[in-house]
Structures are given as C-alpha cells and as structure tokens.
Design a binder for this molecule. Structure first.
Ligand code: CMP
Length: 141
C-alpha cells in the first residue's frame, strides 16, 4: 500500500500549543486521518520505535526527548502518502527546511523538530502497526 504514512506531532510541538495548527496543515494538505491518539511514550516504546537509530550518538537524547511529554501519533492516508507527507514537513533540520513546511514553521532544532514522518512505504506500515491495531484504522475507512 503506498497510500499510507505515519506521523508524530512531537512533544516540543504539543508543549508549544501547536497541535491544532499542525492538524490543520494535515487536513488542508488533503490527508485523511485514519487514526489519531494523544499519548505519552514510555522509554521502552521510544527506544523500540527508534531502534533503527540505536547506534547513533543522539539516540539517548532523542528517546529522552520523545518521552518528555505528550505526543500525537497519526495514521494518514493520501495518494503517495510517504512522499507527500515528507514534502509537507520539510527537512529534518529546520534550518534546511523549505519555506511553508511544518518544520520550518514549528521546529526548534534538528532533534526537537516538531513532527516525524515515515521514510518508506515499508516503514510506514511497520510504524502504523507499532501504535494502531487494524481495527482502529478500519473503523475509519
Ligand atoms: P525523525 O524524522 O523523527 O527521525 C529520527 C529523528 O532523530 C529525527 O526526526 C530527529 O528528531 C532526530 N535526529 C536526526 N538527526 C539528528 C541529529 N543529528 N541530532 C539530534 N537528533 C537528530
């Protein structure tokens, strides 16, 4: 399926009161929200989710940040969703993000970068399954 992606509105953006503004960008960019949950990640969940980065020097700080407050996890649907969402959010580092992207407008720095987006269809599927059961998503189809 290449019409699904996974997103997180990260703790920095939730704490700054930008959840609603980011949801508005999601809706105005024509993504359909198949699932959304406001949650607080445990350290174990954050480490599991970012397992692919476990050898990176920023891993510990990243997982600590991701558990530092509430975040919103989202399953999004749109044609070519992974690429479309990556375009909507902009580069990982907000200093390199294009004007009008979510990270340009809301991210604080390369780590506290407001939102997450899957980098491939395969990872989108895995990341959605990490937080949502099938029935939670089917109910919204
Ligand atoms: P995300 O899209 O969630 O994927 C991995 C995350 O690691 C990334 O956003 C950032 O939050 C973080 N990250 C990536 N590169 C760095 C870096 N050089 N220093 C600190 N954090 C980083």
């Amino acid at each position: 399926m290449n019409n699904l992606t996974f997103a997180i509105i990260k703790p920095d953006a939730v704490k700054s009161g930008n959840t609603g503004l980011i949801l508005d960008r999601i809706i105005k960019s024509d993504f359909k929200i198949l699932g959304a949950k406001l949650i607080r990640l445990s350290r174990k969940q954050a480490e599991g989710f970012y397992d692919i980065h476990k050898e990176r020097p920023f891993f510990e700080e990243l997982t600590e940040f991701m558990c530092s407050g509430q975040c919103m996890v989202l399953a999004l649907k749109k044609e070519n969703a992974v690429q479309e969402w990556r375009q909507t959010i902009g580069s990982t580092n907000p200093e390199e993000a294009e004007t009008g992207t979510i990270r340009k407008d809301f991210a604080k720095n390369i780590q506290n970068n407001a939102v997450h987006g899957s980098d491939s269809d395969e990872n989108a599927k895995k990341e959605i399954a990490f937080f949502f059961t099938n029935s939670e998503l089917i109910a919204n189809n």
